[in-house]
Ligand binder design. Structure first.
Ligand SMILES: Nc1nc2c(c(=O)[nH]1)N[C@H]1C(S)=C(S)[C@@H](COP(=O)(O)O)O[C@H]1N2
Ligand SMILES: [Mo]
Length: 366
């Protein structure tokens, strides 16, 4: 009886080699995009010494990270569909027939476990839930290599089936309807998230943990001043230090008295949300030239925040020489709120939010 129920479950007519292969191809594309954009984000944040990322196109990071997060979320229904289609094979007994087959199946096990791990940790991370004992960044980064490696091996093993199915129309109307439903589920999931980065879709973003217009001054706050332990300092001073001809110090009034520039640039958080704002302030390049920094110097901006992962960030030559890179004093016409980095924050093109350091008190030249 039980066996009968199980075998009934295992013989849905929706399952076929073609359906499996089509879903597999879609997953392959989605994981390739996630892997490439993930590596891009990782090496933007942790570049080796020789790597000087360009500061243009201005929105590059916004687009790649939006693809990473929105595409990742939209992959959830796709992965579930694929697992549903193939799961009878996963319980196959005996588990392997030969040494080669054992390796192949181990690879599939790694792929399934790793793919679920990536989607679950990614989704939890953007929802600000950290129920696991390990660091998200390291775990998500290293698992990506395992998953993608296992995926490559899996594709090679299944290549014959993929080729047979790739350009053929799926047989059976209910199978076609099933694939269409999966595609629609993925599309709707993407649409319900995309508004966190594609501002015109903001009102549809019911699945997105952040609305790009909600927060003080009409934009999200990632780490508030209170959380960072930062309070407004009455005798604020910005210092330019390190390898310069003339170390310099500026008060807030000195900065507002300098020539002001306005730029339209996005804040693009690694968690996927992004929003374009108008920022006004002084060019970092102007201050560094006045202090006599070498044009190829590496610069670090350091905040008033005493502890915390993102209290400082490196600004390499392509970014600090870019005229769009500002020490911003105002956003959308108003002086920055304390939560958005008052008195001074960095804003630079093609750069993740974690590196748009708030509450800057020191510009250190190396
Ligand atoms: N000093 C400092 N600056 C910081 C952070 C921080 O934790 N400390 N968080 C960063 C992150 S992760 C993002 S996404 C942006 C968000 O800027 P906002 O809070 O003004 O929206 O600030 C960045 N600047
Ligand atoms: Mo962020």
């Amino acid at each position: 009886m039980i066996l009968k129920t199980i075998s009934a479950r295992f013989t849905s007519r929706l399952r076929s080699e073609q359906v499996t292969a089509k879903l597999g191809v879609w997953l392959g594309i989605s994981f390739t995009v996630a892997f490439a954009t993930g590596l891009f984000s990782h090496f933007t944040q942790h570049p080796p010494d020789w790597l000087l990322w360009p500061s243009r196109p201005v929105n590059l990071y916004r687009v790649t990270q939006g693809l990473h997060v929105i595409g990742g979320i939209a992959t959830v229904p796709l992965l579930l569909a694929k697992l549903w289609v193939v799961h009878p094979k996963l319980w196959q007994w005996p588990p392997f027939r030969s040494a080669g087959h054992a390796v192949e199946r181990l690879c599939v096990l790694l792929l399934v476990a790793g793919a679920l791990f990536q989607l679950v940790t990614g989704a939890l991370n953007i929802a600000y839930v950290y129920p696991y004992p390990f660091g998200f960044l390291q775990a998500h980064y290293w698992t990506a290599y395992i998953v993608y490696g296992a995926l490559m091996i899996h594709v090679i093993n299944e290549w014959a089936k993929v080729r047979r199915s790739l350009w053929t129309r799926v047989e059976g109307p209910e199978r076609r309807r099933f694939l269409f439903t999966v595609a629609a589920a993925c599309g709707l999931t993407a649409l319900a998230t995309a508004g966190e980065a594609v501002t015109p879709l903001e009102r549809l973003a019911i699945l997105a943990p952040r609305n790009p217009r909600v927060g003080s001054q009409g934009l999200p706050v990632n780490r508030s001043a209170a959380a960072a332990g930062v309070v407004a300092v009455p005798d604020y001073r910005l210092r330019i230090t390190g390898a310069v001809h003339t170390p310099m110090t500026f008060g807030y009034a000195d900065l507002t008295a300098m020539p002001q520039h306005s730029v339209r640039l996005p804040l693009s958080c690694v968690e996927g949300w992004s929003v374009e704002c108008e920022w006004t302030g002084v060019r970092l390049r102007d201050l560094l030239k006045a202090a006599g920094a070498a044009p190829d110097a590496f610069v670090t901006v350091v905040s008033l925040e005493r502890a915390g992962w993102y209290r400082s960030s490196e600004v390499r030559p392509p970014h600090w020489n870019d005229p769009l890179t500002l020490l911003a004093l105002r956003v959308n016409g108003q002086p920055l709120d304390l939560d958005h980095g008052f008195p001074v924050r960095l804003i630079a093109p093609n750069r993740p939010g974690v590196q748009q350091t708030k509450w800057i008190e020191e510009v250190r030249v190396a």
